[in-house]
Design a protein around this ligand. Structure first.
Ligand code: IPM
Ligand code: MG
Length: 357
């Protein structure tokens, strides 16, 4: 297993350390592990003067899978786009062609009461947000800022999708649904945007190739509402880059904490980048209080999607369920009556639980 480890900034290094700890424990001597660590984000700027150093890019290109922590620093927006630590992740996604972003939202029974939503709304929730990751307004040109003739600052971005981009993510969605409840909801804003009109046409056309899958369409504003009101009606949600960014944070709260949410960003082959959804969380960095479970679950997704080891991935998932049922909680999911632990202790607890899972 040839893996690039990119811990990055904020809580990235702490949670990635725990994911690697669990990875080593579960793989043991079942497969040779080749881990190569490299700097990204502010760490990359500090080390090589670029948030995505050439050496890091090479290591990521050669790897079969990438374990990613988080990248970015507060005030990031004031730095020129390409040199922005947070943008290093966007450059990496684009360079490696990681167009399909899987963001499962799954409620662990033990955490049902950690959510701000009512138990009956989220109990048993298991939905997948599939976000297109290399197109849309995130990458569209032209983009920039100019000064109008009247001397006012004006900024602009371009929302753009081509048929082939929508087609390939649609196929991924329908195939993913086959392994689940066979329902796909495509989310867009086709009542207003041309890109969404195209999106809807193409998804509907691709859907005809999958008569066994139920396809519905929903506007993004309505989807945000249904996510809060009755999220269990969804199985797979497929959507564009910006809508997926927003809806996946909303979906994270259904599970109790964004600290629990893993993600996988896949290219055409089995190559993938695995990343907790939570980001850098600079306010709690370096304090050994961050929740490492999203990073650990992301590592589990890596075993499933890049290395075809669903057996090991299931063990990781069961071990996480076990530590939760044993009462271990980091601060973000702590409730009276449970046992508050730090980042490292949570990682150790998962390793211990592996022996029973
Ligand atoms: C995400 C993040 C990124 C994004 C940021 C850090 C650039 O919010 O992965 O959801 O917007 O894609
Ligand atoms: Mg986001």
């Amino acid at each position: 297993m040839k893996i690039a480890v990119l811990p990055g900034d904020g809580i990235g290094p702490e949670v990635t350390t725990e994911a690697v700890k669990v990875l080593k424990a579960i793989v043991g001597n079942q497969a040779p592990l080749e881990l190569t660590q490299a700097a990204i984000g502010q760490a990359g700027t500090d080390e090589a003067g670029d948030p995505l150093p050439q050496a890091t890019l090479e290591i990521a290109r050669k790897a079969e899978a990438i374990l990613f922590g988080a990248a970015g620093v507060p005030g990031d927006e004031s730095i020129a786009y390409m040199m922005r630590p947070g943008a290093s992740l966007l450059r990496l996604r684009k360079d490696l062609g990681l167009f399909a972003n899987f963001r499962p939202a799954l409620t662990f029974p033990e955490l049902v009461d950690a959510s701000t939503l009512k138990r009956e709304v989220i109990e048993g929730l298991d939905l997948l947000i599939l976000r297109e990751l290399t197109g849309d307004i995130y990458f569209g040109e032209p983009r920039g800022e100019r000064v109008t003739p009247s001397g006012e600052r004006q900024a602009f971005n371009t929302m753009v999708y081509s048929e082939s981009e929508v087609e390939r993510i649609a196929h991924v969605a329908f195939r993913a649904a086959r392994g689940r409840q066979r329902k796909v909801c495509s989310v867009d804003k086709a009542n207003v945007l041309e890109t969404s009109k195209l999106w809807r046409d193409v998804v509907a056309r691709v859907g005809k190739e999958y008569p066994d899958i139920e396809l519905t369409h929903m506007f993004v504003d309505a989807a945000a509402m249904v996510l809060m009101r009755a999220p269990k009606q969804f199985d797979v949600i497929v959507t564009g880059n910006i809508f997926g960014d927003i809806l996946s944070d909303a979906a994270a709260m259904l599970t109790g904490s964004i600290g629990m949410l893993p993600s996988a960003s896949m290219a055409h082959d089995r190559k993938g980048l695995y990343e907790p959804v939570h980001g850098t969380a600079p306010d709690i960095a370096g304090k050994n209080i961050a929740n490492p479970l999203a990073a650990i679950l992301s590592m589990g997704m890596m075993l499933r999607h890049s290395f075809d080891r669903p057996d090991l991935a299931d063990r990781v998932h069961r071990a996480v369920g076990r530590v939760l049922s044993e009462g271990f909680r980091t601060a973000d999911i702590f409730q009276p009556g449970t046992r508050k632990v730090g980042t490292r202790e949570m990682g150790d607890a998962v390793v211990a639980a592996l022996h029973h899972s």
